[in-house]
Structures are given as C-alpha cells and as structure tokens.
Design a protein around this ligand. Structure first.
Ligand code: NAD
Length: 355
C-alpha cells in the first residue's frame, strides 16, 4: 500500500487539496491501493508549531511514498525572519528529500486555447514537459558573493558548476520520462560558450546509448527560448540546468495562459516525489471557494504516473478533466469574458463525476 502525505498549506491550498482528495477517494473506491495522511507545512505550520517545516512533518515526509502539496505563503508571514517564512517549508522539503528533478509540464487543453496570448493554432493541444535540474548549478555553486576590488569597485560573482554525476542523474530522469511520453528529448545548453554545459552535452550523448528508444537532440538556450514562443509544439521533453530551466519553464507555462491548470513534480533518484500546482496560495481569492482545483487534481495524475507507475488511473484523471472542460465548466480564472463560472467544489465534483 502506497502512502501519500497531504500537505494543504496556506491560502487556497486547503480548498484545492480537498478537491484532489475527493478524486483520490474515488480512485480508492475503484481499487487504487493508497493511504492518505495529513500534515502541516508553511504558514499554517508556523501558526500551529512555530516553524514552517516542523520535525513531525519531516518524519511524515520521509516515510511517505509521495507528497501532495497545495501552496504556501501569505501576506501575514512576510515580516517573519527568513528561516521562519512559509517558503522555507518547501525549500526544506526539497533539500531534505533530495528532490533534484523538477518536472514542469506545459499543457494547453484545446478547449482553453483562447486563454493564451499566442495564436490558438500555435498553442492548441500543446504538451511539453520541461525537466529542470533543481539542486545544483549556479544557484548553489561556491564561491559566491559580492567583494570589493583593490580600486574600491564592487564585484558580484556566482559559480556555475555541475559534476558528471549530477548531470547523469538528471539526464537519466529525463530519458526515463521521455520513454513514458513521446520518446523525444531535447537537451538545452550553451555548449558554445560555457564549458560546464559542454560537459553537460557530452554526458547526455553518452547516456543516450542506454536509451536507444529515445531520440536525443540538443539546442542552445537562446534558440530554445525563441523556439518556445515560435513553434512550441515541436517539443516533447526538454532537459536543462537549474537556471535555464527556471526561466524556460515559466515561459512555457505562460504559453498556456492559465496558471490554475498546471501541475508540477519534484522527484528524487528513486521516483519518490512531491507534487504541487505551479501557482501560489492566491491570498486574494482564498476562502471564497472560487480557486481552480484542476492544477492540483492534475498533480495527482502526475503522482500516479511518475511515482507509482500507474499510467491508467493517471490518464483517467486527465481525460476526466478534458470532459469537464468539454462540458463548458470553468472556474473564474479560465472563464471567457461573460461566461458563467463554477466554484472550487463544483469543479472538483464534476471531475469526480466524469471519472
Ligand atoms: P499566486 O500564484 O498565488 O497568484 C497569482 C495570481 O493567480 C493571483 O491573482 C491568484 O488569484 C491567481 N491564481 C493562482 N492560483 C489560482 C487558482 N488555482 N485558481 C484561480 N486563480 C489562481 O502568486 P502570488 O500572488 O505572487 O503569491 C501569493 C503567495 O503565494 C505568496 O505568499 C507567494 O510567496 C506564494 N507562492 C507560493 C508558491 C508555492 O507554494 N509553490 C508558489 C508561488 C508563490
């Protein structure tokens, strides 16, 4: 029996997670063998226990096979000391569980093509997966800092560094994901300028020999940025460094124009993962029952596919989401101007019914 730790978090977190739990309960009734446990993280954990990542939560997280997280944060926590702020709960979980592989899909349901700022024909049916290295590269490299030179001028510096083993593990993660999708992997680097990414490219080429069913290509990051907005449907899976992935995954997410629709995952070397919507705790709409729960529900589908190796129920969820969109159901964030909208619970119930 697989164990899922549910961490609702703050703001709209508890509202959207409740709908994802309804979906899990429905799948359990149909024989999915999982058990659920609830825990505290972020501002709500600080309120209850004085820390955004209490020891109890860490113990639960280590024992779980996967974690479903809502969102953390809120204006009431912004004046806290940095180590006590809600986002430290998230960063702490990623670090403690060694979640080095960040999966950010950019999927645009054809029913929502009008929501994108790009022409519908460029983005309709878009389905890209960006695999971003999450625990290395220039965000963590040493030395780093700001120093004062002999002439009194200040100089800031950071270090871009990747070991072969770090590149290999993110590479394997990406090749395995490509095997579960369209079997095409594009590795994004800047090998013409940066030695680190020249090594990155060599390691990817070497790894490709172990995955003969996956077609590997390479692209410089500047071209990748251009191609993502020019013809994004050419991509299946992209794999890249922490910095490049940070930027490209946000650009790709915005191609879809609907932040309430996109799930994400962060995985360790054994496929254990934390699954969460890409959006935040949306304090502006918290407590109103209008948040879109679909990104969180789709995070459950990712969990089933990537941590539990169960593509069938994952697809069942994705098809159900497509059905409710076909039925014309929209929360306010994805409703067209003048279109009637439904609330969070009504959307969750509709997905359960469509299952
Ligand atoms: P946000 O993603 O919470 O909200 C941005 C806008 O999108 C808001 O107008 C919000 O109402 C809307 N929105 C977001 N999710 C939605 C949903 N499911 N349905 C409908 N509308 C939705 O980003 P923000 O406003 O910059 O940040 C708010 C708080 O969330 C901050 O405290 C921030 O630190 C935190 N945050 C947390 C995470 C996370 O938990 N992973 C990520 C980003 C931001």
């Amino acid at each position: 029996m697989k164990k899922i730790l549910i961490l609702p978090g703050d703001g709209i977190g508890p509202e959207i997670v409740a709908e994802a739990v309804k979906v899990l309960d429905r799948l359990r009734a149909d024989g999915l063998s999982v058990e659920l446990e609830q825990g505290l993280v972020g501002g709500s954990a600080y309120d209850a226990k004085g820390h955004p990542l209490p020891e109890d939560t860490l113990v639960q997280a280590r024992a779980a096979d996967a974690i479903l997280l809502g969102a953390v944060g809120g204006p009431q926590y912004e004046s806290l000391d940095r180590p006590l702020r809600p986002e430290q709960g998230l960063l702490g979980l990623r670090a403690e569980l060694k979640l080095f592989s960040n999966l950010r899909p950019a999927i645009l349901y054809p029913q929502l093509a009008e929501a994108s700022t790009l022409k519908p024909e460029v983005v309709s049916g878009l389905d890209i997966m960006i695999v971003r290295e999450l625990t290395g590269g220039i965000y963590f490299g040493q030395p780093r800092g700001v120093r004062t030179l002999d002439n009194g001028e200040k100089e800031g510096f950071n270090t871009l560094v990747y070991r072969e083993s770090e590149i290999e593990r993110i590479g394997r993660s990406a090749f395995e994901i490509a095997q579960k999708r369209g079997k095409r992997l594009c590795s994004v680097d800047k090998a013409n300028v940066l030695e680190v990414t020249e090594l990155w490219r060599q390691v990817m080429l070497e790894l490709a020999k172990d995955y003969p069913d996956v077609e590997l290509s390479h692209m410089y990051v500047d071209n990748a940025a251009m191609q993502l907005v020019r013809a994004p449907k050419q991509f299946d899976v992209m794999v890249t460094t922490n910095l490049f992935g940070d930027i490209l995954s946000d650009a790709a997410a915005m191609l879809t124009g609907s932040i309430g629709m996109l799930p994400s995952a962060s995985l360790d070397a054994d496929g254990k993962g934390m699954y969460e919507p890409i959006h935040g705790s949306a304090p502006d709409i918290a407590g109103q029952g209008v948040a879109n729960p679909l990104a969180t529900i789709l995070s459950v589908a990712m969990m089933l596919r990537y941590s539990f190796g169960q593509p069938e129920p994952a697809e069942r969820i994705e098809v159900a989401v497509g059905k409710v969109l076909d039925q014309g159901l929209r929360t306010p964030d994805i409703a067209a101007e003048g279109q009637a909208s439904v609330g969070t619970a009504e959307m969750g119930d509709a997905v359960v019914a469509a299952l």
